[in-house]
Design a protein around this ligand. Structure first.
Ligand SMILES: NC(=O)c1ccc[n+]([C@@H]2O[C@H](COP(=O)([O-])OP(=O)(O)OC[C@H]3O[C@@H](n4cnc5c(N)ncnc54)[C@H](O)[C@@H]3O)[C@@H](O)[C@H]2O)c1
Length: 285
């Protein structure tokens, strides 16, 4: 067992973070860099991706940007090669890139939009797992983390392809965890609830303030979820502190899937304890 600080130390480790230009991926790129990793920031957004890689490099070790479409196998192969060619190894693969994709009533979803959503949110994760495993095996293990969603755990409407893909990410995580356990490659995913990131801004014309006001009403814990909440969970799963955890879906949602917000007692309100015995003993009111 290592000491507390060493447990979260990523010095000497190399991490790829897809969707690293924005939101959770950006926060994770900066946090992993602060923890000592060399980060390969991967995204379709060149300008913001380059900027995040520059900020990550300012944390200490060199980080780089690699343009990659996670749905394209040659791009993922080139991404993995960029990490191993530049930094000599791969220890952490964070399959995080995502889009909302097809939005609207189920009967209106086109096959093309369904497939485009699946290609990014599910095929992208599969490809990340497929091509990260080899280099991780070569260095005696690693950590694969993917971003699922509470939308993949609970039913909802309007995001059918997205929710189906995110449910599949959680199950693929369990299957891949079995496949790679013998190689000491841990495979986990994070299921965020509503988090204030650009993926939610602009949908239905809502700006950041309006999105955050909506999220505030949504989950029991009394503040809006931020990308750093997901980055913290990802660092835990990437680190030695999570060495015995694999096949797990870590829900990070401020209690949204624990139960309805209406069940949360109002802080400071006085309540009294009672006991409800057999109903026949109670007089009807
Ligand atoms: N924000 C939320 O409420 C929420 C909740 C649950 C799950 N998620 C998931 O979290 C992950 C991160 O999203 P975010 O909220 O930080 O949103 P975001 O839009 O800020 O970041 C997503 C990033 O992925 C990139 N991307 C999209 N398609 C890509 C592709 N084909 N190849 C490479 N990069 C691509 C985007 O350019 C962007 O930089 C996504 O998988 C998303 O589905 C978000």
């Amino acid at each position: 067992m290592s000491g507390l600080n060493e447990m979260y130390d990523l010095n000497g480790k190399v991490a790829i973070i897809t969707g690293g230009a924005s939101g959770m991926g950006r926060a994770a790129s900066l946090l992993f860099a602060q923890a000592g990793a060399n980060v390969v920031v991967a995204d379709l957004n060149d300008a913001d991706g380059e900027h995040v890689a520059k900020l990550a490099s300012e944390c200490g070790n060199e980080s780089v940007f690699q343009r990659a479409d996670v749905s394209a196998e040659p791009d993922i192969e080139a991404l993995i090669a960029r990490a191993t060619d530049t930094f000599g190894r791969l220890d952490i693969m964070f399959n995080n890139a995502g889009i909302g994709g097809a939005i609207g009533p189920l009967e209106d979803v086109s096959v093309e939009d369904w497939d485009r959503t699946q290609a990014v949110c599910l095929r992208g994760v599969f490809l990340g797992m497929k091509h990260a495993a080899g280099p991780m095996r070569a260095v005696g293990g690693g950590s694969i983390i993917s971003t699922s969603s509470t939308g993949g755990l609970e039913g909802s409407t309007g995001l059918f392809s997205y929710c189906a893909a995110k449910a599949a990410v959680a199950h693929l995580t369990r299957c891949a965890a079995l496949e790679f356990a013998g190689d000491r490659i841990r495979v986990n995913c994070i299921a965020p609830g509503g988090i204030s990131t650009p993926i939610l801004f602009g949908i239905g014309g809502s700006n950041k303030e309006q999105v955050e006001a909506g999220l505030e009403r949504f989950q029991p814990y009394p503040r809006v979820g931020q990308p750093e909440d997901i980055a913290n969970a990802a660092l835990f799963l990437a680190s030695d502190a999570a060495e015995f955890i694999t096949g797990h879906t870590l829900v990070v949602d401020g209690g949204a899937t624990a139960g309805p917000k209406i069940a949360v007692p109002k802080p400071g309100r006085k309540r009294r304890s009672r006991f409800a015995g057999p109903s026949f003993e109670r007089s009807p009111s």
